[in-house]
Design a protein around this ligand. Sequence first.
Ligand code: NA7
Length: 301
Amino acid sequence: MSTRHVGFLGLGLMGSRMAKNLKAKGFEVTVWNRTRARADELAPLGLHVASTPAEVATVADVLCTCVADVPALREVALGAQGLLSTARSGQLFIDFSTVSVPLVRELGAAFGAKGVDVIDAPVTGSKNGAEKGTLVIMAGGSDAAMARADAVFKAVGEKVIHCGPLGAGTQVKLAGNGLIAAMLQAFSEGLLLTSKAGVDPRKFIEVVQASGFRSPYFDFKGKALLERDFSTHFEVDLMHKDLTLLLENAAANRVPTPTAASVREAYALARAAGKGQDDIGAVITTFEALCGHRIGDRGEE
Ligand code: NA7
């Protein structure tokens, strides 16, 4: 079956940009979103809008999803008007969401029984990567399915890493998000500590970035934190969801992950303070409030 007609379901921060890139790269694209207005916004660009996930599966060859979490993907894929109800043999299903390994495997079995290949393909790169088509894609699935997904992957990302069989992409993604959350938390705490102790936090960044543990991520987040730019690239609620998935995954594999457990509580604090929809950079503002000091403010003189 051809892969030229792509269905895209879930037009949030990531999905809307990925769907636009698929259209710009020459695919015929049919979109669906729970809140229809977000899908209608794409119609003037030539994307078709469907009323239900089932309708998408009747017209598209490749079915792509990028929705918030496990309940959302379950509804879109397996619900009464979900993709499975009208899926047919020869289609390819690529899920770009970050969900659980058991759900990905359940989808593999359910869609596989209808002759549909499934790939789990969570992404990293946040809003900017989705916008520019430079996402890093970590995928799980058969070699044959990966080959069929290649053109779609190239339209939305710049690097694809085949991590192993179905579920392997999600496994790597959960471990990777544990690392990002821990890096950002330790970095933010370092900024707050140096700043409150009366040392210019820019010196902390300068030293970190001159060292062997430098990261482009610290350039990006360091600038945002110093400028107090908390515009959302990746939501606190979504990272909290991913850390929760990581802890469930770690428990199932009997691997202790105390760092992920404690960082998740930092995210729980931010959510309790009403910052769930803010960017993950805003987690430290909860700690600033507790300490009575904002990063970059001058201490008492
Ligand atoms: P966003 O911007 O929060 O978008 C989430 C999308 O998921 C959006 O299209 C939502 O539709 C959709 N959603 C949420 N709940 C449901 C349910 N129950 N049913 C159907 N659709 C739903 O997230 P991102 O784009 O940043 O991230 C998407 C995924 O990639 C996520 O797994 C991240 O961890 C990585 P809405 O517009 O609210 O109706």
